[in-house]
Design a binder for this molecule. Structure first.
Ligand SMILES: [Zn+2]
Length: 278
């Protein structure tokens, strides 16, 4: 049987769980932290049989220690999908930021085990030495887990290995996300462990690159609108390669929202946007 645990630090392991998730990724990384009253699991992947089998194997390898609880980084289905399975397997509490309850499907929302992650600084400590950071933007209630002593950030979907993150309205909000990146960039990080993709060995450089990339994209949208009013789809066709049109259009929408908030652009007829006052 394949090794299901990759140890990242003392009391911290990563498990690569097959899941239906953002292409081109095929896995959600879940994490195990040694807590004071048992293990704490971070995220549950999508709840499919392949994924739950892998989580069970990992738990077996960890010696089937009791589960103190599960923290969800956010409410997207490739993270909370295994919530029912986790509850039925371990009978443990499921922690989620209240701003992400709306993202849960009804079938999961009815579980009696949900507990609200408290505002930052007032946390229920399931494990010593972990800080749960409010890190919104990808979703309103995204949290990241900061293991200060190790300089490790469990970054959820805020940072992705091998690619930039996905910020899509209405749940994603670019301005909020950029503020989160600024905050994460100020942490003393030596390693970022994302929910998808490879580990990030130079988190500060990576975050700086992310921020630059978004600034460039905002500029690109603004420049494209200099010539003529364009819709999100038309902008995407100018900015993104053909296979990325669908996600590109959604990404463009978050940049348009940002520029409208700054009153740099405005909506005109037929779903198009133009430079403000042009
Ligand atoms: Zn997500």
């Amino acid at each position: 049987m394949a090794e299901r645990l990759k140890q990242l630090a003392e009391g911290l392991w990563q498990t690569e769980v097959p899941a239906a998730t953002i292409p081109p990724y095929t896995h959600t990384h879940c994490y195990w932290i040694q807590g004071t009253a048992g293990l704490v699991l971070i995220d549950t992947a999508d709840g499919g049989p392949a994924g739950t089998a892998v989580l069970r194997q990992a738990w077996n390898e960890l010696g089937q220690e009791p589960l103190a609880g599960v923290y969800m980084t956010h409410g997207h289905p490739d993270h909370v999908g295994g919530a029912r399975w986790a509850f039925e397997t371990w009978g443990c509490d499921l922690w989620l930021h209240p701003l992400d309850y709306d993202l849960l499907p009804e079938s999961l929302r009815v579980l009696p085990a949900w507990r609200s992650i408290a505002p930052e600084g007032d946390r229920s400590p399931l494990a010593p030495g972990i800080d749960i950071l409010d890190a919104p933007g990808h979703t309103p209630g995204q949290v990241n887990i900061y293991l200060k002593e190790h300089g490790i950030l469990l970054a959820g979907d805020n940072l992705l290995g091998n690619s930039t993150s996905v910020i899509i309205p209405p749940h994603g909000h670019l301005r909020t996300y950029l503020a989160t990146l600024e905050r994460l960039g100020a942490l003393n990080l030596r390693l970022a462990a994302p929910a998808h993709g490879d580990l990030i060995e130079d988190p500060r450089g990576y975050i700086a690159m992310y921020r630059e990339h978004r600034a460039e994209r905002l500029d690109q949208v603004l420049q494209a609108l200099r010539a003529a009013p364009l819709s999100a789809a038309e902008l995407a066709s100018r900015i993104y390669p053909a296979p990325l049109q669908q996600i590109g259009k959604l990404m463009v929408e978050s940049h348009l929202e940002y520029l409208v908030e700054d009153q740099k652009i405005e909506t005109v007829a037929n779903g198009r946007f133009a430079r403000a006052g042009a």
